[in-house]
Each structure stands twice: as structure tokens, then as C-alpha cells.
Design a binder for this molecule. Structure first.
Ligand code: ZN
Length: 311
């Protein structure tokens, strides 16, 4: 079995969909690559952002519920999602975020790399981590950020855990990650790959309670499988290690399995194919409301319910 090469996507909960588009699309310069609905709640959106084509390792997705209560971050959750930026882009991003009224903390140094911390409109923790080894798979030239400063896709995620070791055993035992560093209560695991999104930090926070999901909470993180057969190998290995892993589910743009890691964070493995261009051309990505076949006959009704988004 090949080691996992990194993060496929991160899915989070938002409140106002327009504020979500304005921030990720206009401020962070991520392309809205797919506009679809929450398959379990089709009267609400599922919005996908990424590079030009929504390459695995760049995809941030949201379920925006306009009246969602704000979540409370606790253990058993993703505490922060990090994008990679180039070494020469720290000043650019500080200035750009300030220009849009986004507060940033002081630039921190973590494992020797500069980190800008910020929050999205729902209070979700984001980080911009300097890392010149990560490159944007498909820079979106139609976006508002010049190529030299564009977000390069994910750097990684930070898991908040009451105990770090059991999660580390899953990452190294069944997923092919290696423990590469430790700083205080933070353990750093790296995927065996040069692809972006290869970092999982486990932050041990004993005695802190579980969070409560809501707007601004990360719902889950998905890791990459190259194809369906590989996903089934991971499924078998994770099941053999004693985890309750789901059957494969068709998410239209990838095929997914889910399970909870020992600390409670929802993990997913998603296949790279088919990707976002099977039902829309690269030029048209994100511009039309895409529905799965079983919801197509409700298109008129759903268009009447979903708020119109200004992109
Ligand atoms: Zn997912």
C-alpha cells in the first residue's frame, strides 16, 4: 500500500454564503470551482474553492447555513487549517488582509517557518505558512492575487487532541505519515510525498473539552487516494486496525470513506478522480448550479430557495 500523499480537501461549516464567497474568492483569491447543494440538505449550498481546477490539496469546501450558530472549538476537532505561501509573500498578505479589514496576529515562527494567523468571517482559524517547497498545482490567472503571492494550496492542518499518541499511531501505522518534529505540545507528521498539504500537526491539550460544531467549525479533513482500488486498500487497513469505517460513498467529484480517528476528528479518504471538470469545462467551473442526477428534477424548486450569490 502506498503512503497517503497529503490532504485532498477540508470541509467546514459557515453561516452567510455570500460572506463566505466574498472572503475565500475575493480576499484569499481562491476560485469558486463548484457550486452545488448539500446532498443531505439540498435547500442549502455546498461551495468548493481551490486553484484553477480545484486540484486535490487546494480544495476548501463549505456548508453555509445562513442562520447557523457559531461553533465552539474544542478537542476532537481541526483547530486550524493552513495554506502555504512563498517566503516573499508575508508582507503582501499582511497588507492585503489589513486592506480588507481582516485582523491578523503577530507573525509567529513555528518549526522555523513564519506563520500568519487569521480568522474567516465565521471565526474559523486559518494560517498562512511560509513554505517554498509547496507550489500551486494550477494557478488561477483569473483571480485577484498575482501568481507570485497566490496561496499555494494547503500546507496542512492542526488537530486539537486530549492525547497525541493514539492519533500519531493511526497516522504512522495506517496512513504512511512520519513523525518529523516536535515543539512543546505540538507533534508534526509529514506525508511521504512532495505534494502540498502534507503536514498534520497534533496539538496535545489535556483536560480541554470537546468542541461544539457550528459556523466556523471544520467538519472534517479528507486525505488523498490516487484511485478507487487504493481507497479500498486503505479502507481494509483502517478497518483491520479496529476503526468503524464507512462504505464508499459517491460524492460526484470524488469517492469517499469516513471514520473517526482516536481523538474524535472525522477523517475521510477521497479519490483524486473524477475531479471537478467532468460536469463543467475548466472555463465554466463554479458558474452554474450543479446537481447530482437524483436532485435534477428538483432544480426549479431549489433555485427558488437558494439565495443568489454575487461572485
Ligand atoms: Zn469531505
Amino acid at each position: 500500500m502506498q503512503p497517503i500523499s497529503g490532504i485532498h480537501h477540508i470541509t467546514a461549516i459557515a453561516s452567510d454564503p455570500q460572506a463566505n464567497v466574498d472572503f475565500y474568492h475575493k480576499v484569499l483569491g481562491q476560485r469558486l470551482v463548484k457550486t452545488t447543494v448539500n446532498f443531505d440538505d439540498p435547500g442549502t449550498y455546498h461551495l468548493y474553492y481551490g486553484d484553477e481546477t480545484g486540484s486535490p490539496g487546494t480544495i476548501m469546501t463549505f456548508f453555509p447555513w445562513p442562520h447557523a450558530r457559531r461553533g465552539v472549538v474544542g478537542n476532537g476537532e481541526i483547530g486550524a487549517s493552513a495554506y502555504a505561501i512563498g517566503a516573499g509573500s508575508v508582507g503582501y498578505w499582511q497588507e492585503r488582509l489589513q486592506q480588507y479589514g481582516v485582523h491578523t496576529g503577530d507573525v509567529e515562527t513555528r518549526f522555523g517557518a513564519e506563520v500568519i494567523t487569521l480568522r474567516d468571517p465565521d471565526g474559523m482559524a486559518l494560517e498562512l505558512v511560509v513554505n517554498d517547497a509547496v507550489h500551486t498545482p494550477r494557478y488561477w490567472a483569473g483571480g485577484p492575487v498575482p501568481e507570485e503571492h497566490a496561496l499555494r494550496g494547503f500546507f496542512g492542518v492542526t488537530l486539537f487532541e486530549s492525547r497525541a499518541a493514539p492519533t500519531g499511531q493511526l497516522l504512522t501505522g495506517q496512513m504512511g505519515y512520519r513523525l518529523v518534529d516536535q515543539e512543546g505540545d505540538r507533534w508534526r507528521y509529514r506525508a511521504d510525498s512532495s505534494a502540498g498539504g502534507g503536514i498534520v500537526d497534533v496539538l496535545e491539550r489535556p483536560g480541554i473539552g470537546f468542541g461544539r460544531m457550528g459556523a466556523g467549525s471544520v467538519h472534517h479533513v479528507a486525505f488523498r487516494a490516487r484511485h478507487d482500488a487504493e481507497e479500498l486498500e486503505y479502507q481494509a487497513a483502517i478497518r483491520a486496525a479496529g476503526f468503524d469505517v464507512t462504505p464508499v460513498r459517491d460524492r460526484q467529484y470524488f469517492h469517499s470513506i469516513y471514520w473517526r480517528e482516536p481523538g474524535g476528528v472525522l477523517f475521510e479518504i477521497a479519490t483524486d478522480p473524477p475531479g471537478f471538470t467532468w460536469d463543467e469545462s475548466v472555463a465554466d467551473l463554479g458558474t452554474g448550479l450543479k446537481l447530482p442526477p437524483w436532485l435534477e428534477d428538483r432544480r426549479g424548486e431549489l433555485l427558488g430557495v437558494l439565495p443568489v450569490l454575487q461572485v
